[in-house]
Design a protein around this ligand. Sequence first.
Ligand SMILES: NC(=O)c1ccc[n+]([C@@H]2O[C@H](COP(=O)([O-])OP(=O)(O)OC[C@H]3O[C@@H](n4cnc5c(N)ncnc54)[C@H](OP(=O)(O)O)[C@@H]3O)[C@@H](O)[C@H]2O)c1
Length: 298
Amino acid sequence: MRVFITGASGWIGSAVTDELLANGYEVLGLARSDESAARLEAKGAQVLRGDLDDLSALRSGASDTDATIHLANKHDWAHPDVSNKAEREAVETIGEALAGSNRKFLLASGVAGAVPGRSLTENDASPFHGLESPRGGSENRALEFVEQGVGAVSVRFAPTVHGAGDKGFVKFIVDAAKTSGVSGYIGDGTNHWPAVHRTDAARVVRLGLEKAAPGTLLHAIGEEAIATRTIAEAIGRGLGLPVSSIAPEDAQAQFGMIGAFFGMDIPASSALTRELLGWQPTGPTLIEDLDSGVYFAS
Ligand SMILES: NC(=O)c1ccc[n+]([C@@H]2O[C@H](COP(=O)([O-])OP(=O)(O)OC[C@H]3O[C@@H](n4cnc5c(N)ncnc54)[C@H](OP(=O)(O)O)[C@@H]3O)[C@@H](O)[C@H]2O)c1
């Protein structure tokens, strides 16, 4: 089976590429630079050169393969409208290319802001629909293609897909602590984040490709709820810095754009995903990864 992956050279995408290659799949990875193309070829993947704005590349990648996994994202934090528009157009282009084929189309999504006051489950539909909403409402847009014979499946990743080499949200929080000399949490730090190790997340994607029916929502969530104060304490331990509460109004100054996320209470369950896929996380927990020192090497 030959699988087209956008974002195959990224943090999650490179782990998904490894997971698929190790399990007998062929991978066609979208690459926008010589460096990304070389990294993919070195591990035995095929390369399709192109950018997210190059919709003809997305169309041909999806059309010429047996399944598509869409993980690329511009992540333009200063201009979310740019990322949202690109994400929505990519999803629509891939969906249209796959219409009537019944081929699988897995896309990345998240858990932030979906339900207030309790743990998000796979039965909770995303409240985000329009182009203006987070990720351009891409999860719901992709799932609309199920009626047109597309095997759309959303994979909602924890806000920290952690591990050695992570340059995502936890790295931003570590960097904020290094810069300010204080490992902070917002308010009383009792708000929660879910987490998943990168290799466990990659296995959810592969198993979802193999087992999830069209329209399924999967949660790549290894730990349902970690208090953000516990995260800050592990960072303080690792850096030898004091740990301190940051007032919500100072969160932006302490953490930058990640402050808006670090103050969120966004627990999420993966009970249904575990049952459906027969998946159990086996990688280190977030605190084990922090305590191992991989986030603190210069
Ligand atoms: N990491 C997390 O903790 C996390 C949590 C929740 C959801 N997610 C979602 O999961 C997906 C993958 O995340 P990630 O952490 O693996 O991201 P990442 O490490 O930033 O990788 C992004 C990938 O997209 C590619 N890309 C970026 N802009 C592109 C463009 N304009 N055209 C073509 N390719 C482009 C990058 O290519 P280059 O290699 O050439 O830069 C890279 O392969 C994203 O949708 C993200 O929002 C991630």
